[in-house]
Design a protein around this ligand. Structure first.
Ligand SMILES: C[S@@+](CC[C@H](N)C(=O)[O-])C[C@H]1O[C@@H](n2cnc3c(N)ncnc32)[C@H](O)[C@@H]1O
Length: 203
């Protein structure tokens, strides 16, 4: 049985009982280093997911007759390895345990609803699709990575004359959480803030 388990933004307080149960039952845990450091891995066979996604999928396939939990940050249905596993291993039944996305936590922290926010990711991607999404939506939430950081994205948007509110959440739920609530212009002038969530509200 292969289960893809979402454990939320990182802090154990946000792991649901359903996710904790599946993890406790698993013989094999597969996940990123940071994600696996948030849970109890004692007595389990561990496989760390790196940029070599093919190897991770191979480990899933080779252990499919055992209790495998592929542990992901946030929710499996939102930019995770779930689609890759499903596409590459079409014959394996996959159970999905939803998790709380750090996007939800960001909106909780600023006390705002997010049903009218366009969601996009530049994590491991290019800024190309951003222009269209930002062109068509007043409110946009962007998952950024270490290369295309929140300041980098804001510089790109500023180049098209886009201004307004910018909120950046980094390491959300962790002790080193950072939350910056300012303007696109200000964030464009900053450094760091990689692998964060950027929320922009155009004026
Ligand atoms: C592969 S995506 C995972 C998305 C996740 N499945 C979700 O539900 O949001 C990785 C990106 O999610 C964001 N992310 C994940 N955990 C985060 C956290 N604790 N704080 C801020 N951003 C986070 C970052 O933008 C990171 O580059």
């Amino acid at each position: 049985m292969v289960t893809v388990v979402g454990i939320g933004p990182g802090h154990p307080d946000y792991i649901t009982p359903a996710a904790a149960k599946r993890i406790a039952e698993a013989d094999v845990l597969i996940g990123g280093k940071r994600v696996l450091s948030s849970i109890d891995v004692d007595g389990k066979d561990i496989y760390y997911i790196t940029s070599d996604i093919k190897s991770a999928v191979k480990v899933v396939s080779e252990n499919a007759d055992r209790k495998v939990a592929v542990v992901v940050g946030g929710d499996p249905g939102f930019y995770s390895i779930l689609k890759t596993i499903r596409d590459r291993l079409p014959k394996i039944a996959i159970e999905v345990i939803p998790g709380i996305s750090p996007v939800q936590l960001l909106f909780g922290l600023i006390g705002r609803e997010w049903q009218d926010v366009a969601l996009v990711s530049v994590h491991g991607r290019t800024v190309d699709e951003l222009k269209e999404v930002v062109g068509h939506n007043k409110k946009v939430c962007v998952l950024t990575d270490e290369k295309l950081t929140a300041p980098e994205v804001c510089r790109y948007l500023k180049g098209f004359g886009v201004g307004g509110r910018a909120v950046v959440g980094k390491n959300l739920s962790y002790p080193d959480q950072e939350l910056v609530d300012t303007t696109i212009d200000e964030v464009a002038g900053m450094g760091g803030l990689g692998s964060s969530i950027l929320y922009i509200e155009k004026v």
